[in-house]
Design a protein around this ligand. Structure first.
Ligand SMILES: [Fe+2]
Length: 285
C-alpha cells in the first residue's frame, strides 16, 4: 500500500456521512480507534469498509494494556490481528500506560512508574505483541497528572530507552508532552530534544482544559497556541512527520476540523521553511 504522509484526522461516527458523501480531499489519511471495529459485523464495519476505499488508514488502540501486569490477552490480540488484516493499516499504535488489572478494563490510560523494572516489563510485552502481529508497534507517550516516588528516570529517558530496546516506534503526542510539562514543571522542548527523530512515526495534536493550575487532556477543544509552537519546534527537530488532530468530545462539524488541519499544514510548512533557511545560513557562515 501507499506510504502514509501528510495530515489526517481521527475518524468519528459524527463524520461518517460527510466522508461517505464526498472525497474530502483536505484529509490525507484517517486514524481509527481499533476497539470500535473489533467485532465480526454490524454498522461500524459497514461504514469502515466504505470509507477505507477512499482513505489510507492507521489503527490506534486504547486497551492493549501494555504496561499492565495481567497476561497479554490473546483473544484481544487475535481480534486486533483480524482487523489489521482487514484494514491493512499504515501502522498500529497504542499507549504507554496500563488500563486494567485482574481482568477488569478500567477504560482509562493510567500512568506507569518509570523504573528499570517497568522498562523491562513493557519492552518484553511490546516485543511479544510485535512478534504476534508480525509488525512494529507504535507507542504513544501519555499525558500524566501524578509522578511516582519510585521513578528512576524522567519520561523522555524511559521513552527513548523503550524505543531502542523494544525496537518499536513513537506516536509523539505533542499536546501530551505540553500537558505533562505544565503539570510536572519541566521544559517540553527538553523532552522533544531527547527523542530520536527516526523513531517518530506519527504526531498527535489535540486540545486540553485548565483546572486550578493543572492541564487536563480532554480532546474537546481546538489546539492552543502553546501546542502549535511546540509542534513547530518538534518539526524542526524531527522534520516532516504524518500529523493528525484528535477530537473526542464537543466534536464540531467536519469543516471546522478541516480548517484546523489546514492550520497544521501552515505551521508545518512555516517550521520546515525556517529550518532550511537556518541550515542554509549555517552553511554560508
Ligand atoms: Fe494522542
Amino acid at each position: 500500500m501507499k506510504s502514509i504522509q501528510g495530515f489526517g484526522l481521527g475518524l468519528r461516527t459524527e463524520h461518517y456521512a460527510a466522508f461517505e458523501a464526498e472525497p474530502q480531499k483536505r484529509v490525507d489519511w484517517l486514524e481509527i480507534i481499533s476497539e470500535n471495529y473489533m467485532v465480526p459485523g454490524g454498522a461500524p464495519l459497514w461504514h469502515l469498509e466504505r470509507i477505507r476505499r477512499d482513505f489510507p488508514m492507521v489503527m490506534h488502540g486504547v486497551s492493549l494494556n501494555i504496561g499492565g501486569t495481567d497476561p497479554l490477552r490473546m483473544d484481544y490480540l487475535r481480534d486486533l490481528k483480524t482487523l489489521v488484516q482487514r484494514v491493512q493499516p499504515g501502522w498500529v499504535s497504542d499507549h504507554l500506560c496500563w488500563t486494567g488489572t485482574q481482568g477488569v478494563n478500567l477504560h482509562d490510560l493510567l500512568p506507569l512508574p518509570y523504573t528499570q523494572e517497568t522498562l523491562l516489563h513493557v519492552c518484553d510485552r511490546i516485543q511479544r505483541v510485535q512478534d504476534f502481529l508480525g509488525r512494529r508497534l507504535v507507542i504513544e507517550n501519555p499525558s500524566t497528572y501524578v509522578a511516582f516516588a519510585s521513578d528512576q528516570m524522567p519520561e523522555w529517558e524511559f521513552v527513548g530507552a523503550m524505543l531502542q530496546r523494544a525496537d518499536c516506534e513513537l506516536l509523539l503526542d505533542v499536546n501530551n508532552v505540553y500537558v505533562s510539562s505544565v503539570n510536572h514543571g519541566f521544559d517540553p522542548r527538553h523532552y522533544i530534544d531527547a527523542i530520536a527523530p527516526s523513531r517518530v512515526r506519527q504526531i498527535h495534536l489535540a486540545g486540553h482544559e485548565t483546572h486550578e493550575g493543572y492541564l487536563i487532556d480532554t480532546h474537546d477543544q481546538p489546539v492552543c497556541e502553546a501546542v502549535w509552537q511546540l509542534y513547530a519546534y518538534t518539526l524542526q527537530h524531527c522534520a516532516s512527520v504524518p500529523t493528525m488532530i484528535e477530537r473526542d468530545d464537543h466534536i464540531p462539524a467536519l469543516h471546522e476540523l478541516l480548517d484546523e488541519l489546514d492550520h497544521a499544514r501552515l505551521v508545518h510548512d512555516t517550521a520546515l521553511a525556517a529550518s532550511s533557511t537556518m541550515a542554509a545560513e549555517e552553511c554560508a557562515a
